[in-house]
Design a protein around this ligand. Sequence first.
Ligand code: ADP
Length: 564
Amino acid sequence: MASNLRILILEDNEADVDLLLRELKKSGLSFIAEIVQTSIEFENALQNFGPNLILSDYSLPSFDAVTAFRIKQIKHPHVPFIIVSGTIGEENVVELIKNGVTDYLSKDKLFTLSTKINRALNDTAVRKEKIITAEKLRIQAVELVTANKELVFQNEEKEKRTADLVVLTGNLKTQQQELRRANDLLISQEEKVKLVNMELSQLNQELEARVVFRTKALVESENMFRSMMETIPQIAWTNTIQGKVIFYNQRWFDYTGFDSKQDNLQGFNMVIHRDDLKLSFEEFRTILKTSDGGEFQVRAKRLDGLYRWHLIRLMPIIDEHEQIKLWVGTATDIQELKLLQQQKDDFISIASHELKTPITSLKASLQLLDRIKDNPQSTMLPKLIVQANKSLGKVNALIEDLLNTSLANEGRLYISKQKFVLFEAITECCHEIRTEGLYTIKIEGDKEVCTYADVTRIDQIVVNFINNAIKYAPKSKEILICIEKINDMAKVSVIDQGEGIHPDKLQNLFDRYYRIDSSGSQYTGLGLGLYICAEIIKKHNGQIGVDSELGKGSTFWFTLPVLL
Ligand code: ADP
């Protein structure tokens, strides 16, 4: 029996309601009931009261059971609907049941109410159960279908995967084969790599050995280069192609007194003569732009502050790619050369002058002779001939000096030795010197001493000494020639009492072209006489020299080996 049954009663007759309620209570049902009479009340109760069972009169003044049933069916199809009415006829009852009304009960048979209610409720419960079961079944069926679909899908997937697996297995096999082949290749290549490695290591060792050798050779060649740079007599350095000096040999430091910390450019500015700086920078830059080197001359200051002329020579060092690697520079001291050049220039000018003077005189004598050639009685004639001979003699002497110098320079001064007594030879030669009665030549000393020499050349020396005494010591009226024997040498001295020679000049007297009064205005001469004398004595293994004291006179002397 259902408990707390909610019964909606559609009935307009209160007595019938009472009867119904009484019958319901009698049946022992636990219930609550709501009684409605109109369509609105019925619809409200359906929604708000929520009945489990509806008991409806068949016909009401404004409403009826068929309409109420249709309303109920819309939203509450499972709530049992029992018509409780008077007589409505068999056909109507059948029609109502066909349409879905749960049951019919005649008001005069109310005692069957509880049975009908229970049956209706049971039917409803069974129907509900059926519906639930059907729904469950339907859901299960749907689930089954879904599961089936899933299975089919999974199956298909599986098949696909199996197919993929087959392909994969095939691929794997191919890949395995390829791997095996690659492995074999790797092994063979590894062998090759090993071989190459061995060759490489061998090559490496060879290269290392070569590098060691080359480095050693390089160090050696650099050492050689350095020692070469240190050995040469010049100042030497190396500079980059941009002109930066990277090495100086010791001679640079010795010459300039600089230390190695001295800035190159500053050093250069300090050493080069102010007047040569601009030119030397220009020359330096010009040479660096060439590829074959060049040279120029500058004056460079020595440690003692004296400037000396230097020849700067720059040579490029070319590498194996024909590119200039660096420059090697040398500075050669050409001071002596410069002086010699200067002397030579001076000499040419003096020689021209010296030659011109007697030639002019000779020319004048000849012109005068020409004028008086038709007058042989003229007293001028012999004088002019003497004068012409004198001039010719001077020219001849000068040319002789020049020739002898040239021969001496070339080492071809011809010497023809013979045995003779010095005193005799010198006495004879002095007879030939014309002193015009202004000077006396006195010869004294060893009259015996003999020598083995070129008598003409020895005469030449004596004549030169005497002529010099006449020329450069004119106030000394007596010229003394002294012959002596000192150990195994014979010494011949030509002594005058002239003005003497300053001690500073003495050491250069026998140099070529040297003249004390180089202006040449006072005395004629080429500065060659004493030089030739010295060369002649050298050939005889003797010595030559001068002793002089200012204001007292000079003694020019030479020695010759004595012939015993
Ligand atoms: P030069 O041909 O010019 O005379 P030398 O070689 O004979 O040249 O002499 C060189 C220089 O020595 C002369 O210019 C002169 O100044 C100096 N000299 C030579 N002999 C004497 C002397 N007896 N007294 C002073 N000076 C002399």
